[in-house]
Design a protein around this ligand. Structure first.
Ligand SMILES: [Zn+2]
Length: 220
């Protein structure tokens, strides 16, 4: 069972604690910790000496991939309240409400097409498939359950996504009833995302089946 929602990329090796440098190659290992999948980011030297073949005691990771560390960009100065596919997905993943499982998947596929997210691994457990997506710029990992959408469910999910992009995520906070979080005011990006949602609808079969352009991380 996957209990974490978003796991950020480390800024230093989690084995030897050396800070990663800009453009340094590092390794991400995904461990099955029974209650959660946990990522471990290590430098190339630690990978070679401790984690790659030969070090049997440190095996047990379910997936492994190589990335290039880049100094994180400054947070973009976006107008407050502006909801994009990315900011919306982040909120939905953190909220992890089962009602939006389809919306999370569709948004992830939209962002994959924009090359903002990449599938790094997929994990199967008890017949449930989960995609591990990595953010192209800051390396955050998102876990996105495969909702196994049927074609006749797509329209409803598309409506959910369009509604969320237009009005923001409605969050119920205790004692305050229903409040709005991040109502959209950015017409261009939101309109673009809505257009993408509609394009996906036309292209529904691809979204309902396997996510397109899946890159499955090779087992070590
Ligand atoms: Zn190291």
């Amino acid at each position: 069972m996957i209990e974490w929602n978003i796991q950020s990329r480390a800024h230093s090796c989690q084995a030897c604690h050396k800070l990663f440098e800009d453009n340094e190659t590092f390794h991400t290992l995904l461990y099955d910790q029974k209650h959660a999948y946990e990522r471990l980011d290590v430098c190339d030297a630690c990978w070679s000496s401790q984690f790659s073949e030969g070090a049997v005691d440190r095996k047990g990771f379910v997936s492994h991939w190589v990335s290039v560390y880049t100094i994180p960009p400054a947070a973009p100065a976006e107008p407050i309240g502006r909801e994009t596919a990315e900011s919306l997905l982040r909120k939905l993943v953190e909220q992890n409400d089962p009602i939006h499982v389809g919306a999370r998947f569709i948004l992830a596929v939209m962002l994959e097409r924009k090359r903002l997210l990449k599938v790094k691994a997929q994990v199967n457990e008890d017949g449930h498939r989960t995609f591990i997506y990595e953010h192209a710029r800051n390396g955050d990992l998102f876990n996105i359950a495969d909702p196994k959408l049927q074609l006749d469910q797509l329209e409803e999910v598309q409506r959910d996504v369009a509604q969320l992009l237009e009005h923001g995520l409605i969050v119920k906070s205790a004692g305050e009833g229903v409040g709005m979080q991040g109502a959209t005011s950015g017409p261009e990006e939101a309109a673009g995302d809505r257009a993408s949602a509609e394009a996906l609808q036309k292209d529904g079969e691809a979204a309902a089946g396997d996510a397109p352009n899946l890159v499955i991380a090779a087992e070590p």
